[in-house]
Design a protein around this ligand. Sequence first.
Ligand SMILES: [Zn+2]
Length: 451
Amino acid sequence: MTKSRALAFAAIVLSLPAAALAADAPADHDVSVLHCARLVDPVAGKLLGATTVIVADGRIKELRSGTVDGKPYEDAAHQAGASYRQIELADATCMPGLIDSHAHLTVQFSKTTYSDQFRLNPADYAILGTLYARRTLLAGFTTVRNLGDSHNESIALRNAINAGTVPGPRIFSAGQFVGTTGGHADQTDGYRWDLQGDPGPKDGIINSPDDAWKAVRQHYKDGADMIKIMPSGGVLDESASADNSQMTLEEIKAVVAAAHDYGFTVAAHAHGAEAIRRAVLGGVDSIEHGTFMNDEDIKLMKEHGTWYVPTIIAGKFAEEKAKEGWYPPQVTAKALQVGPIIQATAGKAYKAGVKIAFGTDAGVYPHGENAKEFEYMVQAGMPPMFVLQAATTHAAELLHKQNDLGQIAVGRQADVIAVPGNPLNDITAMQRVSFVMKGGVVYKEDGKPTL
Ligand SMILES: [Zn+2]
């Protein structure tokens, strides 16, 4: 292609309207009237009967009890030159779009994950991320916290979704993990010595409070929304311990202080009791996994108002795959140690009154199966309404987005999903999401994707 033809081509592409570039986005409707047979109100903790939800310009405009005639809204929409549609959700239960507080949208573990890292490039993970983001959205999750990636590719994915280029949930990205040398965040664990290099703060690896400040500021520069730290060992890296302490209290405090300068929240991956204690004292917003949480940790979390994100499904899935020989020997031993314990810890924390937000560690298990976590939480002793609140109002509060997300109320984002029947009677209904609207755009209807 000659230079002048290339420039002409570029001019044509640039002059296309945004909607044409976002060719895979379903048609937007300026005004939608939803007739829900039932509606979960997580703020009141109540299941309401038939409810009509009126959506305009991507936001909830009005809520009316009963099945209200849509004709006046249709006429008003047409007069204003807006498009209109009415959606019948008969025998379905509507609720706010779900929030997964712990996902990794750009990776999905398999038998080949440990060798894939020597073959795949950041672009490969980004492309896979578009597939996993779509599956997550179609499972009813309209928002996720992306708690760590290897190359900041979840930031690019977030931007593409926000621009309407690819479908997916609203992402709040932690960018790269932050941890210490040889710890759970160190991508070179288990490598041959000459391949290990010496990752530093720019790669999320810190070894002092000064490094912590640099790593957080690098995240700000990279466009992250929040910070994810690794104060304890983890299961799926090739080091020896799942639960040892890998950050000092001073390092954690430095991360939190730096994060607060930039308006970031801090999520802490922690299995071990001592690591949980340090993270809570250091001022983090949430403890992820929390497997070996002890009574002192629980007491401190309640005192500090620290959130707990259990991720039971990840523990169970990794334990199952360890038995099938998916992982290297070090990882297998840790998966067998952690897997059987997380669910009981979640139940104990709930009984003690620790604040719980829904999160699954999606990517450890296949994306799109997130809603199995609801069933595991109920098995652990949490009431069905509580687990729905954990994935809506609670998770929105953890994100500091409670005024925008997590409830169907006037002025909020029009993130509405529906499941057949009544999930309070059968929580497995959450695994059969039939309708998904995000920001007023319908992505799934009658159980089928619209794109
Ligand atoms: Zn994780």
